[in-house]
Design a protein around this ligand. Structure first.
Ligand code: OVM
Length: 405
């Protein structure tokens, strides 16, 4: 293959998945790719793409062929410098990946997370006290600014052990990091305008002195004290918390609120049975996957669904497209809280599958539970607006009318 010709035997899909148009409404583009073949070629970025469920899962579940150490974004770290020092968990392969993953997996295990449940629940209830008061006072609230941003920005940094000051840096940092998995486009450049001060704030808050003695951050340092990871690795894992733990859940919650506002019959089902909060959140993750894409790099020549891919090539997996693949899901474009969306790809799959998913689900469940208990009707009071990001399906605003129960 030269620089201009597409690889032989791979359907070409000439779209730009980083254009405003695509990001505003990615679903027609997803369908084009799925229909073109199990693996397609996107010429503008010279990348292979998997958009069907079976191939996305196959890539995610073969970490030997499809490696992460060359980056989980479009940039191939074997050829180009990473945007920041590599993540020691996301952008790593076994054996390096294995021990750091084990440390985070233990800190974020279902059993460990039961310890934070009560606090997270009280914070969800307290937030709804304020939101419903504001709704009564103003008529409408913003589902992003007044709800979806406030909650993770309070409970997650609290759980990590961060102080109250400067948390807005986490929003700027998340937006920048998730842009950095895409091409080095205008969108990344704009979000990275404050890269210096924001990065300095983030890195300084990864230090042990900045973290309370009882949080997830302190537990990372305790693992280093026990020799499970090095002392130098500890702040890098705190950085992973601060990179991946806020913007993801903010938009998971925002998208779930939007789903329920757009599907009143589903909200009614949730109100009648609040134990559906967890499946309603899970279905929102399938229906509007927060992390739209992640990349892998081939470690060797391989075949995927009969398509030959040479060594050292980037392949983008469209997690959100897999989650609406009609080959996998009956009536995939329907938001249905009674569906059992097990096997969705919103958290990825395999050894890199989201290590924080227990916390993410907890946040989503508690917000939707509080919503179902406090609100009789949730309606859009205006058109929501999207915050375009190279990786995230994100909302800028979500004008809501919440009628109290
Ligand atoms: C990390 C990291 C950053 C962004 C996302 C992510 C979804 C991980 O720094 O480890 O996983």
């Amino acid at each position: 293959m030269n620089d201009f010709n597409p690889p032989a035997g791979v359907p070409v899909v000439d779209i730009d998945p980083y254009s405003d148009e695509f990001l505003l409404d990615p679903y027609p583009g997803h369908e084009l790719m799925r229909e073109a073949g199990p693996v397609v070629w996107i010429p503008k970025y010279r990348m292979y793409a998997a958009a069907r469920h079976a191939e996305v899962r196959a890539v995610m579940n073969d970490h030997v062929t499809f490696i992460s150490s060359a980056g989980a974004g479009l940039t191939n770290f074997l050829r180009e410098k990473p945007f920041r020092p590599k993540s020691i968990i996301l952008e790593a392969d076994p054996p390096d990946h294995t021990k750091v993953r084990a440390v985070l997996a233990r800190i974020l295990s279902p059993k460990a997370v039961t310890q934070i449940r009560l606090t997270f629940q009280q914070e969800a209830d307290a937030l709804f006290d304020r939101v419903m008061e504001k709704a009564a006072r103003q008529g409408t609230v913003d589902g992003v600014v007044d709800l979806a941003e406030l909650y993770p920005l309070k409970v997650f940094p609290d759980a990590v052990g961060l102080g109250a000051e400067g948390r807005e840096n986490l929003l700027l940092y998340g937006n920048m990091i998730f842009n950095s998995f895409g091409p080095r486009n205008e969108r990344l450049a704009k979000s990275a305008e404050l890269v210096q001060p924001v990065t300095e704030w983030i890195m300084s808050h990864c230090n042990r002195e900045k973290l309370s003695p009882d949080g997830f951050g302190a537990q990372i340092y305790e693992a280093a004290d026990r020799g499970e990871i090095t002392q130098a690795e500890a702040p890098m894992l705190v950085r992973s918390f601060l990179s991946a733990g806020v913007d993801t859940t903010i938009n998971g919650i925002g998208n779930a609120l939007l789903c329920l506002a757009n599907h009143p019959a589903e909200f009614e089902k949730l109100r009648e049975n609040v134990t559906l909060a967890r499946p309603a959140f899970e279905e929102a993750l399938r229906y509007e996957s927060t992390v739209q894409t992640f990349f892998r790099t081939t470690s060797k020549e391989t075949e995927l669904a009969g398509v030959r891919i040479p060594a050292d090539e980037k392949i983008v997996t469209f997690l959100s497209s897999a989650n609406r693949d009609p080959r996998q899901w009956p009536d995939p474009d329907r938001y249905d809280i009674n569906r059992k969306p097990a096997g969705h790809m919103a958290f990825g799959s395999g050894i890199h599958g989201c290590v924080g998913q227990v916390v993410a689900r907890l946040e989503g469940e508690l917000i939707l539970t509080a919503l179902a208990k406090r609100v009789k009707r949730i309606e859009l009071s205006g058109a929501p607006t999207r915050r375009l990001n190279n990786t995230l399906r994100a909302l800028a605003t979500l004008p809501l009318r919440l009628t109290p129960a």
